[in-house]
Write a protein that binds this ligand. Structure first.
Ligand SMILES: Nc1nc2c(ncn2[C@@H]2O[C@H](COP(=O)(O)OP(=O)(O)O)[C@@H](O)[C@H]2O)c(=O)[nH]1
Ligand SMILES: [Mg+2]
Length: 379
């Protein structure tokens, strides 16, 4: 029975449910060599999106010739009704299954059959594939646990495993959010993030998209007055694009600036880079946000930054609820695992990726299919 349960687990995953089990007497020569065979019917409810060989509801029958049959399972209480009998058996099977799973999870190798060792070493192989692309250990393990629940991670089905990995990754990334041009009311977008990540450049790219490509009336506001060059930079874009720019020096000037742009479909607000550890950052951004109805905030992050740095940035901006993430400098980055690491850590929606300095061309909506391919090394 133990062997049958392990086989069920390795074929259908730990979510498999035992539907029925029975002992079958095998015919033998004059009653000799008769062996007890155990038949276990198990099923897994596949409401998950992954398409595997066990998609939909699938059942397998496992026949084994066990050397030992546990007494409790083998002895059938005679007085119970058939239903009670089945419930008792089922309870024992579930307990048994739980014991097996916990021994496997506790890496108790002595109890593991060969096939599970194989799964284990393959598991490590795929984890390494993911961590090589800078996915964190935690996220990589999470992905492989999801995969392992659906399909058996053995060496014969690498293509299937990679596909399942991609599906789990895409699921975790989620569909990216596009700046929509079909709002009924005026919409204000605010760009926040550390110094030098590309906020101003990204804002200019999106302003160009909305005004030149979609013929929307756009106004620009900048609150980044700490450097003359920063104002000049946006002023230049505003002149080239023919879009008005309003400069504010104090947070409460936001009110007037927004009112002056009553006729605009969209207002894009640039903010100061500032050291993200700076306490004034929160005061300043909150001070401006309170004048904006239903603002849409984009937190701009550079793909060149390392994981720890990105985590710190996310933490220092966590007072802004519902912001979306834009990743810049795709063209300069070597690995892209951080997009998923940060997505999982921050639980914010992804949106655009920028891939160069050219305004307005070097920006596109994140392609989760392409990213999933890259993360599993299937470029
Ligand atoms: N390679 C590369 N450079 C970028 C990208 N986006 C912005 N930059 C450059 O990064 C630098 C800082 O950009 P800026 O928009 O001023 O950053 P801000 O301080 O966040 O406003 C500039 O030299 C930009 O041209 C990108 O996607 N790729
Ligand atoms: Mg700037």
């Amino acid at each position: 029975m133990n062997e049958a349960i392990i086989k069920v687990k390795s074929e259908l995953g730990i979510d498999a449910v035992i539907l029925n089990s029975r002992k079958i007497k095998q015919p033998g020569f004059l009653g000799f060599f008769k062996k007890n065979v155990v038949e276990v019917v198990a099923a897994i409810d596949e409401d998950y999106k992954i398409e595997t060989k066990y998609s939909k509801k699938s059942k397998i029958k496992t026949k084994l010739e066990p050397e030992k049959i546990e007494k409790s399972v083998a002895t059938e209480p005679k007085k119970n009704t058939e239903m009670d009998n089945k419930i008792d058996k089922l309870t024992m099977l579930v307990e048994n299954l739980e014991k097996k799973i916990s021994s496997i999870e506790n890496h108790d190798i002595s109890e593991k059959p060969i096939s599970n060792e194989k799964i284990e070493s393959n598991f490590d192989k795929y984890i390494k594939l993911l961590t090589d692309n800078d996915l964190s250990e935690k996220v990589s393990t999470q992905i492989m646990n999801q995969v392992n629940k659906r399909i058996s991670v053995d060496s014969n089905n690498e293509k299937t495993v990679l596909n399942a990995m991609k599906i789990v990754i895409k699921d975790y990334l989620g569909e990216p959010d596009e700046i929509l041009s079909d709002y009924n009311e005026q919409k204000v977008f605010m760009f926040v993030g550390p110094t030098g990540v590309g906020k101003t450049t990204t804002l200019a790219k999106l302003a160009a998209k909305l005004s030149l490509r979609e013929n929307k009336k756009v106004g620009l506001i900048t609150a980044d007055t700490y450097r003359i060059a920063a104002v000049e930079q946006l002023k230049t874009y505003s002149e080239i694009l023919g879009i008005p720019l309003s400069v504010i020096y104090e947070t409460d000037e936001m009110d007037d600036a927004i009112n002056d742009f009553k006729d605009k479909d969209f207002i894009l607000v640039d903010t100061a880079g500032r050291n993200y550890k700076d306490k004034i950052l929160k005061e300043e951004l909150e001070g401006m946000l309170k004048y904006i109805d239903d603002p849409e905030v984009y937190l701009v992050l550079s793909l060149v930054a390392d994981y720890k740095n990105l985590i710190n940035v996310i933490k220092s901006y966590d007072f802004i609820k519902n912001c979306k993430l834009i990743f810049t400098k795709y063209d300069e980055a070597v690995t892209f695992g951080n997009i998923l690491n940060i997505k999982m850590f921050a639980n914010k929606k992804l949106s655009y990726i920028t891939n160069g300095q050219s305004v307005p061309d070097d920006i596109e909506l994140l392609n989760i299919d392409a990213l999933a391919d890259i993360i599993v090394g299937d470029k």
